[in-house]
Design a binder for this molecule. Structure first.
Ligand SMILES: Nc1nc2c(ncn2[C@@H]2O[C@H](COP(=O)(O)OP(=O)(O)OP(=O)(O)O)[C@@H](O)[C@H]2O)c(=O)[nH]1
Ligand SMILES: [Mg+2]
Length: 367
């Protein structure tokens, strides 16, 4: 039954009429004073108008409200779609401005732990990637505190590191070749590596000190080989290869970080057969320069990156930024000229802990 409008001279009379017409459990929807119209206004009292409905009809009102809410929602989403469409039609520079503003909004939504990594040197492009990874990992559950958030962040970064390592892994025992720009410490790192394999792991090794676009003058490598009783050859002969269990290392002179030089190097490396390539970078250089070098050398299908000169610069944010930008694991950190000296295999969990704790010690930015 639809609501009924009842008019009476007094409120009491109106209520009696409502009870008579709609029933004793009628629901009063509205009451208002109704002024008399025309000349009647001069003598007549204002009347009372009551809008009443039977109890069941309030349900249909609720339903109507729900329908209305649904309709509003539908209109809102239609408007949003139209908004996106309009944005797509905007000139590219305006679209870019909108994206910039949105980027700022995202920045404000960074999880506190991600914000900390940003403050201690993680590059913006990795901050954005990490934020979306964290959101994906978290779903609707949020860590209860900063420590839990940090633990999750560590897990996400370590997982990613593992993915890089698996992707770059070569089956069997490929030849280990150290490449990179001139003077970054390739031969020194190779000496340290061979020393560890020979003395710590007791594995037989053989080294090739080969010439490249210019001659390999690292006489100290041959001397070091003699000391360790590891053969160091000057010429690569495919037919006289050592037994399967022997580790094979190749030392090449540095090449400049240009596409042409790297192409020449690629041809030489191809002639060696199955090789695992490690790019050796001087960690005391500026991050931007190192990332440029990575860009040029990554055409070689690298397996990992070694960072030297950690005795001069201990910057763990730089190591993470290089690994995440190159999408490769940093395999070893080498510090100092002495052999065996400092030469450590990188464990990403440890690298994360060192990064955070060294930043806490220095109390701020470390880049
Ligand atoms: N302080 C410091 N010096 C290093 C380190 N690694 C190498 N060096 C020094 O840097 C110089 C060049 O080292 P090499 O190992 O010959 O460098 P390389 O990359 O083989 O050089 P090329 O073969 O000529 O491209 C030498 O004087 C080394 O003693 C390091 O980690 N720290
Ligand atoms: Mg060398």
């Amino acid at each position: 039954m639809n609501p009924v409008k009842i008019t009476a001279d007094t409120a009491q009379e109106a209520l009696e009429k409502v009870q008579a017409e709609v029933g004793s459990d009628a629901v009063i929807l509205n009451v208002r004073k109704l002024p008399a119209d025309g000349v009647k206004r001069l003598w007549a009292q204002p009347q009372v108008e009551v809008l009443a409905a039977p109890p069941g009809s309030t349900k249909s009102q609720k339903e109507a409200l729900k329908l209305l809410a649904d309709k509003v929602q539908q209109l809102e989403s239609e408007l949003q779609e139209r908004d996106a469409q309009v944005r797509d039609d905007l000139p590219p520079n305006i679209q870019e401005m909108i994206r910039e503003v949105r980027k700022g909004e995202e920045g404000e939504l960074l999880l506190p732990a991600v914000k900390i990594l940003q403050d201690i040197g993680l590059l913006p492009q990795h901050v954005h990637w990490l934020s979306s990874q964290m959101r994906h990992h978290l779903g609707s559950t949020r860590p209860r505190n900063l420590v839990e958030e940090m633990e999750l962040l560590r897990e996400v970064l370590v997982d990613q590191w593992g993915r890089f390592a698996r992707k770059a892994e070569k089956p069997g025992t490929p030849i280990r070749v150290l490449v990179g720009p001139p003077g970054t410490g390739k031969t020194t790192a190779l000496c340290k590596w061979v020393t560890q394999e020979t003395f710590l792991r007791q594995r037989p090794s053989r080294v090739w000190r080969l010439d490249g676009s210019h001659s390999n003058t690292a006489e100290f490598l041959s001397l070091h080989g003699e000391l360790m009783q590891v053969p160091v050859e000057r010429v690569w002969v495919e037919t006289t290869q050592p037994p399967e269990d022997t580790l094979r290392f190749v030392d090449l002179p540095g090449v400049s970080a240009s596409a042409e030089a790297v192409e020449g190097l690629a041809v030489q490396i191809k002639s060696l057969g199955d090789a695992e390539l490690h790019l050796v970078l001087n960690g005391s250089y500026e991050l931007n320069l190192l990332l440029q070098q990575v860009k040029v050398f990554e055409d070689l299908a690298l397996s990992g990156i070694m960072i030297t000169h950690t005795d001069e610069s201990e910057d763990w944010a730089k190591v993470w930024n290089i690994a995440l930008s190159a999408e490769l694991p940093v395999t070893f950190l080498s510090g100092g000229q002495d052999i065996p000296g400092e030469f450590q295999e990188v464990i990403p969990e440890q690298l994360f802990d060192d990064w955070v704790s060294s930043a806490m010690r220095t109390g701020g930015k470390i880049i």
